[in-house]
Design a protein. Structure first.
Length: 317
């Protein structure tokens, strides 16, 4: 049986609804940080991809880190063209110092990171901001990325875990976020985020440090084209970056053990079971077992060796 609608009543309801208070739309200012050093070949397309975002309430904070090519001239033209470009230029101090300095110039409620040779998809900023609004517990969010070569050809896809729990498990292997894809709340950079001692894996070191008190996530969408550039840091310092990442993983494993077990637990287990028996029991029964689900046998052996070494140096019991 079809129920007849009363058009007069429907019009009356619509008339009443138009006088109800409407929810106020909050507009956030976003700050996009781009460090530039000798990027004349790619920097224009990188910045134009940010200026072309569907979310336009943004500023681009650029520090020219002592470029010796034509990067500065290109940046000045872009600054003249669009008032959202804020350019700072000085002598070369390196990536870590440049990033920490750039954060001090940001006026935005949220800060995004991008490299001078990458390309942002048009909905990059909008998508990450919506994720932050829907997930207030999230402090830092990144995205998936396409890998591109020097001619902008897509050569692959870079995937990272999305949930906070999956990121905690992934942290033990390598960086769980694609650095030039992230958005973070401004409170994250209230103190220097990166350390020079972690370079050229400064992002991995930062995620390890903030992960104890912050919530890290990734969206499943692919929003950045990440360039594999032979002159970029990731390729030109690949061996050093690998060694530094290995060192950071070592510290993360050791600190995880020291933080997640109390002094009395360590003393009892070490004295009663010995190091190997203690580690086996701990790995089976700790509530943080998910961190180690992806750890292979050789990494567990490495972990035990390093903890033994640390105990011999500091007498931790």
């Amino acid at each position: 049986m079809e129920i007849a609608r009363n058009p007069k009543k429907s019009r009356t309801l619509q008339h009443c609804l138009q006088y109800l208070p409407q929810a106020e739309t909050v507009t956030y200012l976003l700050s996009v940080v781009i460090p530039v050093y000798n990027a004349e070949k790619f920097v224009r397309s990188a910045i134009e991809s940010v200026l072309g975002q569907t979310y336009s309430e943004l500023e681009i904070v650029i520090i020219n880190d002592g470029s010796t090519d034509s990067s500065l001239e290109i940046l000045r033209l872009l600054e003249q063209r669009d008032p959202r470009v804020r350019l700072f230029s000085r002598g070369n101090r390196g990536l870590v110092s440049t990033l920490n300095e750039a954060f001090e110039y940001c006026h935005g409620d949220f800060i995004l990171r991008m490299d001078a040779d990458d390309i942002a998809e048009p909905r990059w900023a909008e998508t990450l901001l919506k994720h932050m609004e829907k997930n207030p517990e999230c402090d830092i969010v990144g995205s998936q990325a396409w890998s591109i070569d020097e001619s902008d050809k897509i050569t692959g896809i870079i995937r990272k875990p999305c949930t906070s729990a999956a990121i905690n498990s992934h942290m033990i292997r390598n960086s769980p976020l694609i650095h030039p894809s992230i958005m973070m709340r401004k409170s994250i950079v209230s103190m220097p985020l990166y350390k020079q001692s972690d370079w050229p894996a400064e992002d991995y070191g930062a995620w390890i440090r903030v992960n104890t008190g912050c919530n890290l996530q990734n969206v499943s969408k692919t929003l950045i084209k990440y360039r594999r550039n032979k002159n970029g840091i990731s390729l030109s310092n690949q061996d050093l970056q690998r060694r530094k990442s290995y060192e950071l993983r070592e510290k993360y494993l050791l600190n995880s053990f020291l933080v997640w077990s109390s002094p009395s637990e360590r003393s009892f287990l070490i004295n009663s079971l010995g190091w190997q028996g203690m580690a086996s029991l701990w790995l089976k029964n700790r509530s943080h077992l998910s961190l180690f689900t992806l750890v292979k046998n050789q990494l567990i052996t490495f972990f035990l060796t390093r903890v033994k070494y640390a105990r011999s140096k500091s007498n931790i019991v």
